[in-house]
Design a protein around this ligand. Structure first.
Ligand SMILES: [Mg+2]
Length: 352
């Protein structure tokens, strides 16, 4: 039986301003949620973004309603938990994710298993890429070299503001880091269909392994056209926020891969379903993140480890957050490694 729910908001600076095709940010807000049941508790986290149309205020408002709906209910029913959360309001997927993650942390801790194992996985670490925001060619190359020197074997380069400049930047990174570093590219909806097709041709020549969301989220037809024309696999991100979106993209062959983020899917329950739809349609997935601290990065990692259909991890935002209030993840030789503790295995200021 759930006894209590509490939350606390943390505001942290980024190590440097992060720019993508839709905007810039120099700090991140994260709301840690703690759910207590008897002598055990779990933690989760919400990070607001315009992708899910949430703010720290909307998350706090939503979470203030959660105790009324779930205190006194059985924590062993994640599906019913979501019905109760949905009865507060639709949307609010990051806020719902925080509660969902806390419940999974709690249940796995009860079983004395790390969450990845509780979810049926067979591996405890995964390569993650490091993302490089939009910057000049020189700064992009400088960052690419710095990240590969610190162990990253895959880089994700943000593009989408200037086609010609983007192609030059990715080519310069390829020159600087060589063939052995895996390059992924994310346009965050920045191109027209024709630009995207031209861009993908160039990316193919540079050995890029995936191009993410090249066109507007609502332009499913356009994305399908790019997917059909491109030799580089196309990944859907902003256009897949729910199980229904995933079903549409999988059924209609709109993209080759799906970027699953717990903040979009309202947590692990629906992330499992999205991944299943993808797998049934022969589509691999990636688990990505927003501007999150270690609590929900760990949740994303545990989820990614739970299914071999998750081919890529893009779980790197915590590396760029100053004074992350949560800790426990390790990074070694390009791999993000889960703590050897039950549940998420993450320590937070709400633990005591
Ligand atoms: Mg993306």
């Amino acid at each position: 039986m759930i006894d209590s729910v509490e939350f606390r908001t943390f505001v942290n600076k980024r190590t440097s301003t992060f720019t993508i095709a839709t905007g810039s940010s120099s700090s991140e807000e994260n709301v840690i949620v703690k759910v207590v049941s008897g002598d055990e508790f779990g933690v989760g986290n919400a990070n607001p973004t315009d992708v899910t149309k949430e703010t720290v205020k909307s998350i706090e408002d939503f979470l203030s309603w959660v105790p009324k709906k779930i205190v006194g209910t059985d924590e062993n029913e994640p599906e019913k938990l979501h019905q109760r959360l949905d009865s507060i309001a639709e949307g609010n997927t990051a806020a719902k994710a925080a509660v969902d993650i806390a419940i999974f942390d709690l249940l796995a801790k009860r079983c004395k298993q790390p969450l990845w194992k509780f979810l049926g996985g067979e591996r405890d670490k995964m390569l993650t890429d490091m993302t490089i925001g939009i910057a000049s060619k020189e700064v992009t190359v400088e960052r690419a070299i710095k990240h590969t020197r610190s162990g990253f074997r895959a880089l994700k380069i943000k593009v989408g503001l200037d086609l010609a400049e983007d192609i030059k930047r990715v080519a310069a990174v390829r020159d600087a880091v060589g063939e052995r570093v895996e390059l992924r590219v994310d346009a965050n909806q920045g191109y027209s269909v024709d630009q995207a097709i031209k861009f993908c041709e160039e990316m193919h020549a540079l050995g890029v392994v995936v191009v993410e969301q090249p066109v507007k989220a609502e332009d499913y037809k356009g994305l399908k056209k790019v997917t059909e024309a491109s030799d580089v696999p196309i990944m859907a991100d902003e256009c897949v926020k729910s199980v229904f979106d995933a079903r549409k993209v999988a059924r209609e062959g709109i993209a080759d891969m799906i970027n699953i983020k717990l903040m979009k899917s309202a947590g692990i329950c629906d992330a499992i379903m999205i991944n299943r739809f993808a797998e049934a349609a022969d589509m691999k997935t990636m688990v990505g993140c927003m501007g999150e601290i270690q609590v929900s990065i760990a949740a994303g990692l545990h989820f990614a480890l739970s299914s071999n259909n998750v081919a890529f991890a893009d779980l790197d935002s915590h590396f760029n957050i100053v004074d992350d209030p949560s800790s426990g993840l390790q990074f070694e030789d390009g791999y993000l490694i889960t703590p050897k503790r039950p549940g998420l295995g993450i320590k937070t200021p709400l633990d005591d």
